[in-house]
Design a protein around this ligand. Structure first.
Ligand code: KG4
Ligand code: ZN
Length: 339
């Protein structure tokens, strides 16, 4: 089979990343320069700082990705880049860089949807995974339950009405004094807590049972903390973390299983930063096992932002003939399924 080598670039949030991916599934390098330590000082991602750091780091990250893959720009078949959704200033750095390389090397340019990238992370380690399947995508900015009907083709079954799952993790972590980044910290602390200690609400949406809502849960946690304070009682951080996490995991698992039951599909994948949550991984695995459904999940490093997933998604766009022009721009609110 002919090799299609793609250099992929990702800069939509606080990770500057580049990867060389061959035929969508063979990752030759995957370099991630995280700005987490810097943003931790401010308790969250500061967009202006993220953009500046991307500009500073991007050439080094690309150079390292090429070098670890033992290729040069002359060996590439295409340049792929995340062009939305995300922070506009951050996205622009990657888009401008990708355009410059594509222009200089006369290579095809492929703009990739960030969420499509997260979903495609599943192709890297699961060589047998092919559409159609159900995918739960849960990240810091998005929570979607989708039916992947073909490569790059999605039917959205449900989405969040308010906060994304990762956003809820981050906000609750801040409220219980864990700070940024909230997801991994809650994941860790929750291991020491009792998930049944506090009965937090599991929201359901009447008009579309596949939709999610996490703002009520977040408020319930804040109310609980306030009540403890008013009563002069100390709350148990690990119990709050574990009970909150259980409420999120229960809702995500229940909705995903409902989609499996109603669609009759036998394959379920999870993706996005929250998919690296250990309780969610375990609950989904068990639920799939009980139903005899094949369960797919990327390694944690491929769940959070990276460029290998962008290279995976880009390959399927490439073979479909998708090419972007020199007018490619960052689209901060790009919808899934839009090109
Ligand atoms: O996919 P991602 O890296 O960036 C976006 O596209 O948003 O997701 C980041 C989100 C953050 O909200 C972070 O707190 C959450 O994923 N996250 C986790 C875990 N690791 C990252 N949430 C729960 N448990 C984790 N282990
Ligand atoms: Zn992401």
């Amino acid at each position: 089979m002919e090799e299609v080598k793609i250099l992929a670039i990702e800069s939509s949030c606080d990770e500057t990343a580049a990867a060389v991916v061959v035929n969508g599934r063979d990752v030759r390098s995957n370099i991630i320069s995280s700005q987490i330590d810097l943003h931790t000082l401010y308790g969250g991602v500061v967009p202006e700082i993220a953009s500046r750091k991307h500009v500073e780091n991007i050439n080094y990250v690309i150079q390292e990705a090429l070098s670890q893959a033992s290729v040069t720009l002359n060996d590439l078949d295409a340049i792929a880049v995340t062009y939305g959704p995300g922070l506009v200033g951050a996205l622009l750095v990657g888009v401008a860089e990708a355009k410059a390389i594509a222009y200089a090397k006369k290579l095809p340019l492929i703009g990739v949807h960030h969420i499509e990238g997260h979903i495609s992370a599943n192709y890297i380690e699961n060589k047998d995974l092919e559409p159609p399947y159900i995918c739960l995508v849960v990240s810091g900015g998005h929570s979607h339950l989708v039916k992947v009907t073909d490569y790059g083709e999605y039917e959205i079954l449900g989405r969040t009405r308010d906060d994304a799952a990762g956003e809820a993790f981050d906000k609750v972590a801040r409220a219980i004094g864990l700070g940024y980044p909230g997801g991994p910290k809650i994941d860790k602390v929750a291991r020491e807590g009792n998930p049944e200690a506090i009965d937090f609400p599991r929201a359901s949406i009447a008009e579309n049972p596949y939709d999610f809502s996490f703002s009520g849960l977040k408020s319930a946690v804040l109310n609980y903390l306030n009540q403890c304070e008013m009563k002069g009682e100390a709350y148990v951080q690990a119990d709050v973390a574990a009970s909150f996490q259980k409420a999120v995991v229960d809702v995500l698992t229940e909705h995903a299983m409902m989609a499996i039951d109603e669609s009759g599909m036998k394959k379920l994948a999870i993706a996005g930063g929250v998919a690296s949550n250990s309780a969610l991984r375990k609950a989904m695995e068990e639920a799939c096992k009980n139903k005899g459904v094949a369960f797919y999940l990327p390694s944690p490093v491929l769940c959070t932002d990276n460029a290998a997933m962008i290279g995976a998604a880009a390959y399927y766009e490439y073979i479909k003939g998708v090419r972007h022009g020199w007018d490619l721009n960052a689209v901060p609110n790009l919808k899934l399924g839009e090109r």
